[in-house]
Write a protein that binds this ligand. Structure first.
Ligand code: CTP
Length: 395
C-alpha cells in the first residue's frame, strides 16, 4: 500500500545477487510502484537489460549521456522524479563511490543528484563486508541518512559462509516501505498481541481458534514503519517473524497474559488483536487421552481477560486499542466492550476476517466517532487503525 503509485529508481550493480533484482522488480510492480531500472556496466555481466526492462515495464537506463523525453538530461530527470532510489544489490564498489561522492556513470550521478531517500541493500563476500574501509563507508552513509537493509548471513556464492548475502526480497520491500513512511509514531512504544492461543487438553491436543495472526503482524509492521519501537506478542502462527521488532512467542492464554503484563507498563500504545481463549480445560491430562470411553466431557474454566486488566491499570497518556469479534449486534456489542474494558478505540469485526488476508472493520473511538471501512487488505486496515491513533494523539 505504501508503495502504490510511488516512483522508484532501482539501481542494479555487478554482484551475483543481481538476479534477485528481477524478483524485487516484479514485487515492486505488483505493489503498483513505477520502476525505472538503472544498470551499471558490471550488472550487465550478470543479468540482461531485457529481463529487467520486461519485468519493470520500463526501459533500462545505463547511458549517462542520453536525453530523457527528447531534451531532459537523463540523470537529472531520474533523480528528480524518484520518490525513492533503491540500490540492490549494492557492491562494495558502489557503496564506496556513494560515500566518496563519485559520480562517473548514470547510477552514481543519479545518486548524487537525487534528494529522494536512498535505500542500499549490500551484497558481497563476508571479508569485503568486514573490511574496515567498507565498514567506514557504511557508517558514514548511515550517519548521513542513507537507509540500509542487510546484508543477511548464510552461504555466499563465493563458497564462504558469513555475512554478505543480499537480504531476502520481502525484507527489501519492507525496508522500502519504511524508507517512504511518515514517522508519525516516532517515540511511541507499541505492544501488539496477535494470533490464537492454544489451551492444552493433553500432550497432543488443544483448544484453539482460526486466527492466523495476520492482523496483528500487519499492525506491528506498520507501527514499526511509522517509527515506533514495537514488541509483538504472538500465539502460534505460521507467519514469518517481522524484522526489527521484538518478538515474544507464547502458546497459552496464561503465557499471553504474562507477556502482556510484563510489557504493559513501558508501553505508550497497546493494540490487542490476539484471539485469546476465554476458557481453558480445568486440567490438562499428563498422558494422551485414550479413546476408551464412549463420550468425553472437558470441563473448562475462565482465563484472564488481558485487555480488561490492562484497562484497569491504564495511565494517562497510554492508548489502549481492542478488537471486538461479533456475530450479532456488532457495533452495539463493540461499544459495550469499549466501555467495560476502558478502551480508547475498538475495532469491530465479524468472523469473516478470520484466517483471511482481508477484513471489513468498523473503528469506534471513545467519543463514539464511528468509521466503517470497506473490505480491505489487512495491511491497509493496520494503517487506518494507526491513523485513528495518530488523530487521537493530536486531539
Ligand atoms: N481479550 C483479552 N483476553 C481474553 C479474551 C479477549 O485480552 N481472555 C481481548 C482480545 O484481544 C480483543 C478483545 O479482548 O482485543 C475482545 O475480544 P473478543 O473475543 O471480541 O471478546 P471477549 O472479550 O472475549 O468477549 P465475548 O467472547 O464474550 O464476546
Amino acid at each position: 500500500m505504501v508503495l502504490r503509485d510511488k516512483k522508484i529508481v532501482l539501481g542494479v550493480t555487478g554482484a551475483i545477487a543481481a538476479y534477485k533484482a528481477l524478483e524485487l522488480t516484479r514485487l515492486l510492480v505488483k505493489a503498483e510502484a513505477t520502476v525505472w531500472p538503472v544498470m551499471t556496466r558490471s550488472a550487465r555481466e550478470f543479468i540482461t537489460p531485457l529481463s529487467l526492462s520486461t519485468l519493470a515495464r520500463n526501459p533500462v537506463h545505463d547511458n549517462l549521456f542520453e536525453l530523457a523525453e527528447g531534451t531532459r538530461i537523463s540523470h537529472i530527470d531520474l533523480a528528480d522524479k524518484a520518490d525513492l532510489v533503491i540500490v540492490a544489490p549494492a557492491t562494495a564498489n558502489i557503496i564506496g563511490k556513494i560515500a566518496s561522492g563519485i559520480a562517473d556513470d548514470l547510477l552514481t550521478t543519479v545518486l548524487s543528484a537525487t534528494i529522494a531517500p536512498v535505500l542500499i541493500a549490500p551484497s558481497m563476500n563476508c571479508h569485503m563486508w568486514e573490511n574496515k574501509i567498507v565498514r567506514g563507508n557504511c557508517e558514514k552513509l548511515k550517519s548521513l541518512g542513507y537507509h540500509f537493509v542487510g546484508p543477511a548471513s548464510g552461504e555466499l556464492a563465493c563458497g564462504y559462509e558469513g555475512k554478505g548475502r543480499l537480504s531476502p526480497v520481502d525484507e527489501i520491500m519492507e525496508a522500502a516501505e519504511e524508507a517512504l513512511s511518515v514517522k508519525d509514531l516516532k517515540g511511541e512504544k507499541v505492544l501488539v498481541s496477535a494470533g490464537p492461543t492454544r489451551e492444552a487438553i493433553d500432550p497432543v491436543r488443544f483448544v484453539s481458534n482460526a486466527s492466523s495472526g495476520r492482523m496483528g503482524y500487519a499492525i506491528a509492521r506498520a507501527a514499526r514503519r511509522r517509527g515506533a519501537e514495537v514488541v509483538l506478542v504472538s500465539g502460534p502462527s505460521y507467519l514469518p517473524r517481522p524484522a526489527n521488532i521484538e518478538f515474544v512467542q507464547v502458546v497459552s492464554a496464561e503465557e499471553m497474559n504474562d507477556a502482556c503484563v510484563r510489557y504493559f507498563p513501558q508501553s505508550t500504545l497497546v493494540i490487542m488483536s490476539a484471539a485469546i481463549a476465554d476458557y481453558r480445560p480445568t486440567k490438562s491430562y499428563p498422558a494422551k487421552v485414550k479413546k476408551d470411553a464412549k463420550t468425553l466431557s472437558i470441563e473448562m474454566e475462565r482465563t484472564t481477560d488481558v485487555l480488561k486488566s490492562m484497562g484497569k491499570l491504564k495511565k494517562n497518556g497510554q492508548i489502549l486499542v481492542g478488537f471486538a469479534l461479533e456475530t450479532e449486534n456488532m457495533e452495539e456489542n463493540a461499544r459495550k466492550k469499549r466501555d467495560e474494558k476502558n478502551l480508547d478505540l475498538v475495532v469491530a469485526n465479524t468472523p469473516a476476517g478470520l484466517d483471511s488476508p482481508t477484513n471489513q472493520v468498523t473503528i469506534i473511538d471513545r467519543e463514539g466517532e464511528t468509521e466503517t471501512l470497506p473490505p480491505l487488505d489487512k495491511d491497509e486496515i493496520a494503517e487506518r487503525i494507526l491513523d485513528a491513533v495518530v488523530r487521537m494523539r493530536g486531539e
